[in-house]
Design a binder for this molecule. Structure first.
Ligand code: GLN
Length: 246
């Protein structure tokens, strides 16, 4: 099947609360890279109080945010924990950035206040550290080509991953999950978490296409070839950040 006359349905989780550093640019990137290929995209914003029909969605996105916004979203996510775990079992794609990533683990313990319970889509936990990691990141991912991933991090949370959850990349420049074990991000099945803001996907079009392919496979249960796009500008943006420290 080619990529004409196919659709991807996206649930953008809590964009009013978790959209720090314009993380919604990731949703825009998926939308445009699909539309440039003739793939229809439907995007629903899911806000506090909304229901989530997991039968509808192929792709879920949740952005980053400050501790206060995370507290509100953490409470909401608990209502959808079982349904979203079912979505993971049905190979739906999740992309979670920073604060959203932290909430897909078991918990996030901020510097002050209560521990925020996560929904455990990733076997990971996060505890606030004493240093805020701020700066450019270059990391190497072994399941896509080109292997480099670039972005910008700003977090005090230190994330540790366990079990069947694996990192998405190895840090070359920057701190990543915790500044100690050289891991960046986390993956379990088609759930991807990363600390890379930027937004992440516009400067990593190869990763965007990887996620689009997974979402199409989840919906149509077969490989759907993505036609190549002219990524001249995306590649320039990517390459100028590779190994950039400041
Ligand atoms: N509040 C979280 C932290 O500081 C997440 C920040 C973010 O999403 N950029 O680690």
């Amino acid at each position: 099947m080619d990529s004409k006359n196919v659709t991807i349905n996206i649930a953008h989780l809590y964009p009013r609360l978790l959209n720090i550093y314009g993380d919604w640019g990731n949703v825009l990137t998926v939308k445009k890279r699909c539309e440039w290929r003739g793939i229809d995209v439907n995007i629903d914003a899911v806000e506090t109080g909304d229901t989530i029909d997991i039968k509808k969605y192929d792709f879920y996105f949740i952005g980053g945010g400050q501790d206060a916004q995370q507290t509100a979203v953490a409470k909401e996510l608990q209502k959808h924990k079982a349904a979203l775990q079912d979505a993971v079992d049905e190979n739906a794609v999740f992309l979670a950035i920073c604060g959203g990533y932290q909430l897909l683990g078991h918990y996030y313990q901020p510097h002050e206040g209560e521990r925020l319970e996560g929904i455990g889509l990733l076997d990971a936990y996060t505890e606030a550290g004493n240093t805020r990691f701020i700066g450019n990141v270059t990391a190497e991912c072994d399941f896509i080509l080109p292997r480099t991933l670039v972005g910008f991090e700003n977090h005090s949370g230190l994330t540790y991953i366990n079990g069947a959850t694996e990192p998405i990349a190895t840090v070359k420049i920057g701190h990543g999950n915790n500044g100690k074990d050289k891991t960046e991000g986390a993956r379990y099945k088609n759930v991807f978490g990363t600390y890379l803001h930027g937004s992440f996907l516009p400067k990593n079009p190869h990763f965007a296409d990887y996620l689009i392919s997974l979402a199409l496979h989840k919906r149509y249960k077969e490989e759907i070839e993505l036609i190549s796009l002219n990524d001249e500008f995306e590649t320039m943006a990517h390459d100028c950040l590779v190994n950039k420290k400041y």
